[in-house]
Every structure is written in structure tokens, then in C-alpha cells.
Design a protein around this ligand. Structure first.
Ligand SMILES: [Cu+2]
Length: 461
């Protein structure tokens, strides 16, 4: 029996003790809480009861099962400490819901009566705010303002009618800075009452989170404001993020929520997309602009749609280049243009095992296997069929293939390019360079000014 399930059973008595506090005679018993411990993408969950809808696929995540009781669609969220694999080779000790961070995706249908039980197994109080959902004010989950906090060991009930279809998020509105820095968030999808409205063939969803986890450690630094070192989709970083697998000519929707501390311009290679929905509602058709990059602001959701009409492995990533890197120090000096040998001789006097790097750029980091602390991911990583990809963080691949069955999301492997369609090396002799403009200025001698730690600059050449 694994750790968190044992943990869960151990506290179920506590939960039952809390049951008498549960609201106002409506909710009588708590539905079973389902726990998921795998970070692998689980197949979309088709509804066994209730109204029909086309379920979403949660990237590196899963959907929370529900039950129907006396006309209510009932879910059970458990806020608790979790262990999340960020990518193979690194796990983080986070807070999340039902065994994972982010929590499971919650799906319901416009018009549903939704009842969500929230049990708090954290060491401090919490609440859940249903971001973007139209509901009675007292169900909005703002601790202190619209409800008392949910104390550790207690269960609260949220009830609302799902009024407006779209993509929403959930997260605490209690010690929010800490609880979100620890990974407490999830997606909430309200499907249209008419399953044919805005119907797509593949419908992906994920939330963006950022973490600051020192190399070699497991717990995020919760006081970090902007300088995070892990930029994650559903608490995963590349190469740990699943590909978005699509059949040729599928209509595809990708719903992306942003609960980090900065905006993310999400860029798709290949076919352009249009933003069809925000957390404010479906975008009017006349306002849909074809784009290849769209900014997802902080605290917002964007759903983009495209036709996967060109087979291949199409990169899909945040366009802030620091967000497609894993843990790194930002106070590293730039060495581009520096003569490695001269620099090495000078610096070795201070740091005997100094390894000069980056004088011709930093691509060499992509293939190098440097010794690293345990539980640390390389800064630039991921291998494709042609070599190192030099990516990390918010990066994945939209894999478009002919003949992929509906509902099949498994990685089809690298794309086999038709002969003659891959960029190739020119083998002929290059023509002489033609220089335009005035001749370059005479080269200046570069001086090294080395400062020993703790002392003023003395050592000048
Ligand atoms: Cu970004």
C-alpha cells in the first residue's frame, strides 16, 4: 500500500467527524475521494451517468469522477500534500488535490447542479475559489470575505448551478501566495448544453504554474515573486510534458490557464490558430483573429483552436526563451566572444576546477552531461531524432499523424519526414563574402579585471 493512500484511509475518520458540519441538511454523505498518483496523461473520462458531453484530455493529468445523487453532480476534492514528478529525474514535494498537483480536472455541463465537497488535509486552512464561474457570492471561496476558512481536517461543501459553458480554474483564496506557489490549482470545464456546439475532435486542457526549487531540493521556495526556475504545464516541464497527439485534419482545441506570476506568449509552429474562448466566455466569431502566438495573461485562460492539417512534429511552447529552460542561475556571466583559454588561465587561479563554457553560446549545455546535484534537471535538455533540442520548461510537441484513431493519445514517436523535405547541408564551395559599408575598426585588446571573493579588484593585467 503506498504512502498517500494509507494517509488517506488514516484520516477518513477525521473526515467523518467533520461530516456533521456539512451544510444545511442538503448534502448527506461524502462521495468517495478518488486519488491518482501517476503523472501520466489519463484518457478522457466519458460520463457514465448524467448528460452527454465530449470530455477533455488533461495534459499529464486526469479527470475527477463524479456521482449523481438526487439530481446533483457530486465531486470530492481533497487538498493535501503530494509528491509530483516534475519530469523523469526530479520530484517535488507540493500541495495539491487528490494525490497530484495540479488537482484533477472537474467537468460538468451547462445547467448541471454541481456539488463539490472539499476536505482539507493540509497543515493549514484553505478555501477553493472557482475562477470565472458564475455562482452565488457565498460559493466564491474567498476566505474571510465570502466564507469561513476550511480548517485542517474539515470538509466544506460548495453548491452552484453551472450557468455558462467555458474553461475555468480552481485554486485557494486563502494564504494564496504560499498555496499557489506550492502547486494548488486545477482546471474546471463547463461543457455546452448542446454537445454539438463548438465541437472539436481533440480537446486538451492544462494550467501553467511556476516553481522555485533550488537544485538538489524538493520543496518550492514560497516567497519567490518573479524569479522562478521551473516553468511548468500541469506541474511538468519538458521533456516531462506529454505530446499533444492529433489525427490529420482533426479540429483541435487547447485550453490553457495561467496561474503563474507572469504572462506567457504561447506559440504554435505550423497551422495558425484562433482564440475561441477566454474565461469570460466564447469569443464572438467576428473577433477571432488568426494567430501563431497568443499571450495568456496572469490569472486568465485562453482556448485556441486549429485544424491539424499538416503532419509532423510541431513545436508548441512559451515564447519567452527563459521559460523553455529548467533550473538555472540567472547571475551567470555572459562569456560570448571571450577567449576561453585566456579566461581559463586567469579564473583557474581563483577556482581550480573552473570549466570555461559559453564562449561560443550555450548550445554545448544541451548535449553535455555535467555532474549535478540529486533531484535536479538539466537546464537545456530533450533529445529529438536529429540531436539535442536544448529546451526545458514550457515546451511540448503537437504531433500530427495520419491514421490516428479517435481517442488515441499515445506518443506515435518521431515524425518520419517524406524524402526531400528536411533541411540539409549544402556541400558545395561557399562564394566569397561581399562586405558592404566601412571597414571594421581595429581590434581592441580585452583586459581581464578579476575580483577575488571578498576583496577589491587588485589583479590587473
Ligand atoms: Cu512563459
Amino acid at each position: 500500500m503506498n504512502r498517500s493512500r494509507r494517509n488517506f484511509i488514516g484520516t477518513s475518520a477525521l473526515m467523518l467527524a467533520g461530516a456533521s458540519l456539512i451544510s444545511r441538511g442538503k448534502a448527506s454523505e461524502i462521495p468517495e475521494a478518488v486519488i491518482q498518483e501517476s503523472p501520466a496523461m489519463q484518457p478522457p473520462l466519458h460520463p457514465k451517468e448524467g448528460r452527454e458531453y465530449n470530455p477533455v484530455a488533461t495534459l499529464n493529468g486526469w479527470t475527477l469522477p463524479f456521482r449523481i445523487k438526487n439530481g446533483w453532480k457530486e465531486f470530492h476534492l481533497v487538498a493535501e500534500p503530494v509528491v509530483r514528478e516534475i519530469a523523469p529525474g526530479m520530484t517535488a514535494h507540493l500541495w495539491g488535490y487528490n494525490g497530484q498537483s495540479p488537482g484533477p480536472t472537474i467537468e460538468c455541463v451547462e445547467g448541471d447542479q454541481v456539488r463539490i465537497f472539499v476536505t482539507n488535509k493540509l497543515p493549514e486552512h484553505t478555501t477553493v475559489h472557482w475562477h470565472g464561474v458564475m455562482l452565488p457570492n457565498g460559493m466564491d471561496g474567498v476566505g474571510g470575505l465570502t466564507q469561513p476558512h476550511i480548517k485542517p481536517g474539515k470538509t466544506f461543501v460548495y453548491e452552484f448551478v453551472a450557468k455558462r459553458s467555458g474553461t475555468f480554474m480552481y485554486h485557494p483564496h486563502a494564504d494564496e501566495m504560499v498555496q499557489m506557489a506550492m502547486g494548488m490549482m486545477g482546471s474546471l470545464v463547463i461543457h455546452p448544453a448542446d454537445p454539438e456546439f463548438m465541437r472539436v475532435d481533440r480537446d486538451f486542457v492544462f494550467v501553467m504554474a511556476s516553481y522555485d526549487i533550488d537544485p538538489g531540493s524538493y520543496v518550492p521556495k514560497v516567497m519567490t515573486m518573479t524569479d522562478f526556475n521551473l516553468w511548468a504545464w500541469n506541474s511538468r516541464v519538458f521533456p516531462g510534458i506529454d505530446p499533444l497527439v492529433c489525427g490529420l485534419n482533426d479540429r483541435v482545441r487547447v485550453r490553457i490557464g495561467n496561474l503563474t506570476m507572469t504572462n506567457h506568449p504561447i506559440h504554435k509552429h505550423g497551422a495558425p490558430f484562433t482564440v475561441t474562448c477566454t474565461d469570460g466566455g466564447w469569443t464572438p466569431e467576428t473577433a477571432r483573429i488568426p494567430e501563431v502566438t497568443t499571450d495568456v495573461p496572469v490569472g486568465a485562460m485562453r482556448a485556441m483552436e486549429f485544424i491539424a492539417d499538416e503532419p509532423g512534429d510541431w513545436a508548441f511552447h512559451c515564447h519567452k526563451s527563459h521559460h523553455t529552460m529548467n533550473a538555472m542561475g540567472h547571475d551567470v556571466k555572459t562569456f560570448i566572444g571571450v577567449n576561453k583559454e585566456t579566461a581559463r588561465k586567469v579564473i583557474k587561479k581563483l577556482v581550480p576546477d573552473y570549466m570555461p563554457m559559453g564562449s561560443g553560446g550555450m548550445a554545448e549545455m544541451g548535449e553535455m552531461e555535467m555532474p549535478m546535484p540529486d533531484n535536479t534537471l538539466p537546464m537545456m535538455t530533450g533529445f529529438g531524432q536529429f540531436g539535442p533540442m536544448e529546451m526545458g520548461g514550457m515546451f511540448s510537441v503537437v504531433k500530427v499523424r495520419e491514421g490516428i484513431a479517435r481517442g488515441d493519445y499515445k506518443d506515435p514517436g518521431p515524425y518520419k519526414h517524406p524524402e526531400g523535405t528536411v533541411a540539409y547541408e549544402f556541400k558545395g564551395a561557399p562564394p566569397p563574402a561581399v562586405r558592404k559599408g566601412p571597414p571594421p575598426a581595429a581590434k581592441t585588446k580585452i583586459e581581464f579585471n578579476v575580483t577575488k571573493p571578498g576583496g577589491p579588484a587588485k589583479h590587473q593585467h
